[in-house]
Design a protein around this ligand. Structure first.
Ligand code: PRP
Ligand code: MG
Length: 207
C-alpha cells in the first residue's frame, strides 16, 4: 500500500507542488487531476481537502501524512504528530482594522475564522472582547461595520491593502507543516521513513 498524503487545497497546494517538483517528483498526475479529489502517483496516494479536514484525515489515520498550514494546527490543535516546517506557506496572524480607525470605549467586536486563536490572544492580554465567527472574506467585517477589527492570516498583505485595512498587531508566525498520524509513524515506520526524509528541507540526504 502506498502512503497516503492529505494535501490542503488552494494556495498551499500550488506551493507544495512547486516544492514537490523541486525534489524530483513528477507532478503531472497532480496538476492534470481535473476535479478529482483522490489521485494516485507512482509513489503515493494524494487526497485533496480543506486545511482543517487535512488535519482530521491525518488524526483518524485515513491519511498517513498531511500538508497543512501552521495556522490550522494552532486553531484546531488536532491530535497529530507535527513533524517539521516546510519551506513555503509563510504567513503571520494579525489583528487588522480600517486605516485610521478610532476606537470607541465599548467592548471590541472581533471577527475571525480563527476564533480559538482570537480567544486565547485576548485572554492573554486580559481584554474582554466579543468574537464573531466568519467562514472567510473576513476583511468585509470592519468595512461593513460588523466588527471593529479582524484576526486573520496575512501572507502578502494584498487582501488587507486592497480593502483599506492595516495591521494593528502581529502575534504569530507560521509556515506549512508536514504532519503525520501518530500510529502510522510507528506501524509504517519503514515505509514512511524515506519519504519523510525526502520531504524534509533540512534532512533530505541524511540517513
Ligand atoms: C486568506 C486570509 C487572508 C488572505 C491573506 O484568505 O484569510 O484573507 O488569504 O493573504 P494575502 O496577505 O496574501 O492577501 P483566503 O484567500 O484563503 O480566503 P478566505 O479568507 O475567504 O478563506
Ligand atoms: Mg481571507
Amino acid at each position: 500500500m502506498k502512503p497516503v498524503i492529505a494535501l490542503t487545497k488552494g494556495r498551499l497546494e500550488k506551493q507544495f507542488l512547486d516544492y514537490y517538483q523541486s525534489l524530483g517528483y513528477d507532478i503531472a498526475p497532480l496538476t492534470d487531476k481535473g476535479r478529482k479529489l483522490r489521485v494516485d502517483t507512482d509513489d503515493f496516494q494524494f487526497i485533496f481537502a480543506k486545511g482543517p479536514d487535512v488535519a482530521t484525515y491525518v488524526q483518524y489515520g485515513i491519511a498517513d501524512l498531511g500538508i497543512v498550514g501552521g495556522d490550522i494546527l494552532a486553531e484546531f490543535q488536532p491530535d497529530v504528530f507535527d513533524l517539521f516546517p516546510l519551506p513555503f506557506g509563510a504567513c503571520r496572524m494579525a489583528v487588522a482594522t480600517e486605516a485610521g480607525k478610532v476606537w470607541s470605549n465599548g467592548k471590541k467586536r472581533i471577527a475571525s475564522k480563527y476564533t480559538g486563536v482570537t480567544k486565547a490572544f485576548y485572554k492573554e492580554k486580559g481584554e474582554s472582547v466579543d468574537i464573531i465567527k466568519l467562514e472567510g472574506s473576513v476583511e468585509l467585517a470592519p468595512i461593513l461595520g460588523l466588527a471593529d477589527a479582524i484576526v486573520d492570516i496575512v501572507e502578502t498583505g494584498n487582501t488587507l491593502k486592497e480593502n483599506g485595512l492595516v495591521v494593528e498587531e502581529e502575534f504569530m508566525q507560521f509556515s506549512a507543516r508536514l504532519i503525520a498520524n501518530r500510529s502510522a509513524l510507528k506501524i509504517k515506520r519503514e515505509a514512511l521513513k524515506s519519504v519523510i526524509a525526502k520531504l524534509n528541507p533540512n534532512g533530505g540526504n541524511t540517513h
